[in-house]
Design a protein around this ligand. Structure first.
Ligand SMILES: C[S@@+](CC[C@H](N)C(=O)[O-])C[C@H]1O[C@@H](n2cnc3c(N)ncnc32)[C@H](O)[C@@H]1O
Length: 284
């Protein structure tokens, strides 16, 4: 992260989520507020010529992955809510719009993010005329330097009650030590019926030559935005460690599983690429 500045990748991800709303049918993830979050001028330019924003190598596969990870997180959240969970913590929320699209009776939402990203988002919300609901609490935290547990407790998370967490598009940008520190805290907070959906990237060394070349392009892009990729995980070892942290059920979906379940029978060929996995882990 560039100190004191909003996350540039959060802004780019929001743009791709908005592009998904325009370019892709059927939608994998429906977000009617995505366009409003990126600002009127950018939204108008995107609507006029969406392909111009999405013409880089790997744009479509990345857009597909961003759409599907949000879909999986919100489907899992809906399941948690059906089971009585009434606390949702959006870690590294970026321009996520869940809190402004849903009014689930009794549900409290906590948006946790790097302070300057959060400040920027709140400015964007104001400019877009989107109201911060009373059920929402903003929790400014730097995962690398602050305690998530203390920050959430201070913000009013009921630590004895179950909670569902999402953590999308963040782990690759942190050190492995911070990822595990955060997952350890989350494991202690979820409580029975709660869980987490997060995504991660597999080590580039596990890819073939062409896949590595595509990865190198993306890695270069995020590094020049000041947010280099740092943490990669091997699926088997990750699952074992999550179970060691106390998660009872861990579902890890890699590219094949994602494409089979969410992108089959499309006529536009939209599909995810090779690096990203989406995990949902439930507590006992
Ligand atoms: C790629 S964006 C993803 C945003 C959002 N989850 C989404 O899917 O649209 C990465 C997010 O991680 C946050 N982030 C990165 N490093 C962080 C840190 N050290 N502490 C807190 N948040 C961090 C950024 O502020 C940004 O919101």
């Amino acid at each position: 992260m560039n100190t004191g500045q909003p996350s540039r990748t959060a802004v780019r991800v929001a743009l791709r989520r908005a592009a998904h709303q325009i370019l892709d049918r059927p939608l994998v993830f429906e977000d009617p507020l995505a366009l409003r979050m990126i600002g009127r001028e950018v939204a108008a330019a995107l609507e006029q010529n969406p392909a111009r924003f999405e013409s880089q190598l790997g744009s479509a596969t990345l857009r597909a992955f961003l759409a599907v990870r949000s879909r999986i997180a919100e489907d899992a959240l809906a399941k948690a809510i059906a089971n009585g969970v009434r606390q949702y913590v959006v870690l590294g929320a970026g321009m996520d719009t869940y809190a402004y699209r849903h009014a689930v009776p009794g549900l409290r939402v906590f948006e946790v993010d790097y302070p300057s990203t959060q400040d920027w988002k709140r400015m964007r919300l104001k400019e877009s005329g989107l109201v911060e609901p009373d059920s929402l609490t903003f929790v400014p935290v730097d995962f690398e330097h602050q305690s998530l547990g203390d920050a959430l407790a201070g913000a009013g998370l009921a630590t004895g009650e179950p909670a569902f967490f999402s953590w999308l598009g963040v782990t690759p940008y942190l050190t492995k030590a911070s990822v595990w520190a955060t997952l350890t805290i989350v494991a202690g907070l979820v409580q029975a019926g709660g869980g987490i959906t997060f995504d991660y990237a597999v080590p580039p060394a596990s890819l073939n030559f062409f896949q590595r070349a595509r990865f190198a392009v993306l890695a270069q892009r995020v590094a020049s935005a000041g947010e280099p990729f740092q943490a990669f995980f091997e699926p088997g070892a990750l699952k074992e460690k999550l179970i060691g942290l106390g998660f009872a059920e861990v579902r890890d979906r890699g590219p094949d599983a994602l494409n089979r379940k969410y992108f089959a029978n499309r006529t536009d060929g939209l599909a995810v690429g090779e690096m990203g996995h989406v995990v949902t882990a439930w507590s006992k």
